[in-house]
Design a binder for this molecule. Structure first.
Ligand code: ZN
Ligand code: ZN
Length: 207
């Protein structure tokens, strides 16, 4: 889209570009049945819902609903991991390394950290420690500080999530920005999926 066309559209609609983008997005993000905006997400059926969709739900089902990220078309609880990732990636470059480099660093004293919250890949990677993405983002719950107190202050942290996309970058960005961990934080490309395929012996299925 050229700047000229963008300017003409803004002028014709008397809206700024971000507003126009929002309007366009919102017009397609409407419930077919109730003509209301899709704002909620049902994790059990993986479907976006409008508020009226949920009126027939039982209390149990209502409680389990997530918020719906209209940008990434997925559900979230407190923060959309992919939105956080977009924000962070723009500001803070975090080195991505292969699964085999991750294990080499581990042998030199780095800590492998599993930041997954929803484990799409079931199972754990032996020897890794768990510190959820949301625990890194929400410092008030104290888990991050507790965790950092247990590791060597100069040790590198190698973070992984399910696929090496959203959460590990978001979490790494937090550690660099807020905790000054430049040169100490890495993200495993491909996440646990890659670790499992390169080191199957360390992958433990969880019942
Ligand atoms: Zn609806
Ligand atoms: Zn999002």
């Amino acid at each position: 889209m050229s700047n000229g066309i963008r300017f003409l559209l803004e002028k014709a609609e008397k809206q700024s570009w971000p507003e126009l983008v929002d309007t366009a997005r919102n017009s397609t993000m409407v419930c077919k049945h109730h003509n209301e905006p899709l704002l909620l997400f049902d994790p059990s059926t993986q479907r976006p819902l409008c508020r009226r969709c949920t009126t027939a739900f039982e209390v149990q089902q209502q409680v389990g609903l997530m918020r719906y990220c209209r940008r990434h078309l997925s559900g979230y609880h407190r923060y959309c991991a992919m939105c956080e990732n977009d924000k962070t990636r723009r500001e803070v470059p975090v080195p991505a390394i292969s699964a085999s480099t991750a294990v080499e660093l581990e042998q030199e004293g780095a800590v492998l950290v599993d930041v997954r919250r929803t484990k799409h890949v079931r199972g754990d990677f032996e020897g890794s420690r768990e510190l959820k993405y949301t625990d890194i983002l929400d410092a008030r719950n104290g888990k991050l500080v507790d965790f950092l107190a247990t590791i060597d202050p100069s040790a590198a942290m190698v973070l992984f999530d399910d696929d090496g996309e959203g959460r590990s970058y978001g979490a790494a960005g937090e550690l660099v920005m807020r905790y000054g961990m430049e040169n100490r934080v890495y993200v495993v490309q491909g996440g646990i999926t890659e670790l499992r395929s390169d080191f199957p012996g360390r992958y433990q299925e969880v019942a």
